[in-house]
Design a protein around this ligand. Structure first.
Ligand SMILES: Nc1ncnc2c1ncn2[C@@H]1O[C@H](COP(=O)(O)OP(=O)(O)O)[C@@H](O)[C@H]1O
Ligand SMILES: O=P(O)(O)O[C@H]1O[C@H](CO)[C@@H](O[C@H]2O[C@H](CO)[C@@H](O)[C@H](O)[C@H]2O)[C@H](O)[C@H]1O
Length: 460
């Protein structure tokens, strides 16, 4: 399909979920095409390969990433779908079908009926039922994947970049469902195919938390309140977040306990702790090559990883969330709920499935408090220097207060006490901040200042 691959070569790199930002796309190939709806409109499921040349500094043949697409085709494209058009082919309009509720219902009916369509398998979670008479809306909160909200009842997450194997999000949600975890949305169904001979997750259908607000939005509102009252301390303004942070800490500890029950706990021998520290060093070196702005802090960061390498006892490790931040937690009337157990999108599936110490998640959330406190500072360039300094002080106060509250809640909720594991926690925080430097440089360069300023002020 040469015409189609040329269209996709233009379109794919512009999508929010495209993981290869900043890297030249060499070619796009269609690896698998399945017709899901015949007629007009028509629906095709595609697995495509996106070929990249090797990155500067990384000699080698380059890489091919695989993504899934839902392509709609119509002879006439209604105005409401024009924004989703990818291009025209053989007199028909080709468009991103996640925006077409007439087509997306096929996913619900397929999962409800445990359908096998060509290489695709759609499934209902045992013991659940799936309503099919619902209209979908593509979620505006698109990040690494695309989500469809069906009638405020379900949210269907379509994993965009796919790697062979069960996606940890599905795997961990199934395990947590099995042990009766109360802090995740109910799981209803999933879709999969085989990639390189391995069952590979394509989509996941969960309860839609209709009344929920995500933690990032709540925290950002609290920070905004504080900045509006620069003379007041974090505990004196209306939107103080600390009690929510403390409750979130306790829920985090409960989910870690459930993950341990579902998947077990093992011990990481001291030698492997050293290897973990070496891996952190390696990621630091790679990131310095890709983002030279990190270079001035490299020695300081490396010293923290060296401290971890001196660790003298085995570490208890287990499955964890893996990409824990305020955007992954939602406050509902049933308390905090955790989402998106997929792990860090820049890491390989094997890395993401490797058991780790639960304080890695704690470190992720502590970094997120840092982000929440600082993301508004970049927009404050117009203020007088003394106000800017005051805001900087307030940002640090807010982050400190909420970090402490979260850690207190986590320890009181039965998790390993963060204050008793300073070296480990610091190494995890630095490692995450290094990851963020690469993530921001590739995806959101205007936010690169956040992890860099944390290093500048040595607050990680
Ligand atoms: N069960 C749910 N109920 C309500 N909103 C949800 C649910 N799952 C995800 N969301 C919304 O979609 C966003 C992205 O979901 P997430 O699973 O984190 O996908 P991604 O991997 O793309 O980041 C979340 O931040 C949240 O706003
Ligand atoms: O898309 P995901 O949610 O899986 O996670 C990725 O994107 C996140 C950005 O949205 C990124 O998180 C970083 O930004 C957050 C604010 O937007 C902040 O709260 C986090 O602390 C910070 O790491 C995450 O790292 C990345 O994997």
């Amino acid at each position: 399909m040469p015409g189609l691959t040329e269209l996709l070569r233009e379109w794919v790199p512009r999508q929010r979920w495209f993981a290869g930002k900043g890297r030249e796309v060499r070619e796009v190939t269609v690896l698998e095409a399945t017709e899901l709806t015949v007629g007009d409109p028509g629906l095709h499921h595609l697995v495509i390969g996106v070929g990249h040349d090797a990155e500067p500094g990384f000699p080698g043949p380059g890489t091919v990433d695989r993504y899934q697409l839902l392509l709609g085709t119509r002879a006439e494209l209604p105005g409401r779908l024009e924004y989703a058009e990818i291009g025209r082919l053989g007199g028909r309009h080709i468009y991103d079908a996640v925006h077409d509720p007439e087509l997306t219902r096929t996913l619900l009916t397929g999962m409800a009926g445990n359908a096998d369509t060509g290489p695709l398998r759609l499934r209902t979670v045992p013991g659940q039922e799936i309503e099919t008479d619902l209209v979908s809306l593509a979620s505006p909160a698109e990040q690494s994947n695309s989500s469809l909200i069906f009638g405020d009842v379900y949210i269907c997450k379509l994993f965009r970049r796919i790697t062979p194997g069960t996606n940890p999000d599905l795997e961990l949600n199934l395990g947590l469902t099995r042990v009766g975890c109360e802090h995740i949305p109910a799981l209803h169904g999933w879709a999969e195919t085989d990639l390189d001979g391995e069952p590979t997750t394509l989509a996941m259908l969960s309860e839609f938390l209709r009344t929920a607000t995500d933690g990032w939005r709540l925290a950002a509102t609290s920070v905004r309140d504080l900045y509006a009252e620069v003379d007041l301390h974090a505990d004196e303004v209306g939107g103080d977040f600390a009690s929510e942070a403390e409750r979130l800490g306790a829920v985090t500890a409960a989910v870690h306990r459930d993950l341990a029950r579902a998947f077990g706990v093992s011990r990481l021998p001291v030698d492997d702790v050293r290897t973990m520290a070496e891996d952190m060093h390696r990621r630091l070196d790679e990131t310095v090559l890709a983002v030279p702005e990190l270079e001035p802090y490299a020695a300081m960061i490396g010293a923290v990883f060296d401290d971890l390498a001196k660790h003298e006892v085995d570490l208890p490790v287990q499955r964890i969330h893996g990409d824990y931040h305020l955007g992954q937690v939602m406050r509902t009337e049933r308390g905090w709920m955790l989402l998106d157990f997929e792990g860090e999108p820049l890491h390989t599936l094997a890395e993401r499935r490797t058991p780790s110490h639960p304080l890695r998640d704690v470190a992720g959330m502590l970094r997120s408090f840092e982000y929440a406190s600082r993301h508004l500072l970049a927009g404050q360039t117009q203020v007088a220097p003394e106000v800017g300094e005051q805001l900087e002080v307030r940002a640090r106060e807010w982050a400190e207060r909420n970090r402490a509250a979260f850690c207190r809640g986590y320890a009181e909720g039965g998790g390993p006490d963060p204050s008793a594991h300073e070296v480990l926690l610091r190494a995890f925080e630095y490692d995450k901040a290094v990851y963020e430097v690469l993530y921001e440089a590739r995806n959101r360069p205007s936010w690169l200042h956040i992890p860099l300023s944390s290093f500048r002020h040595s607050v990680v």
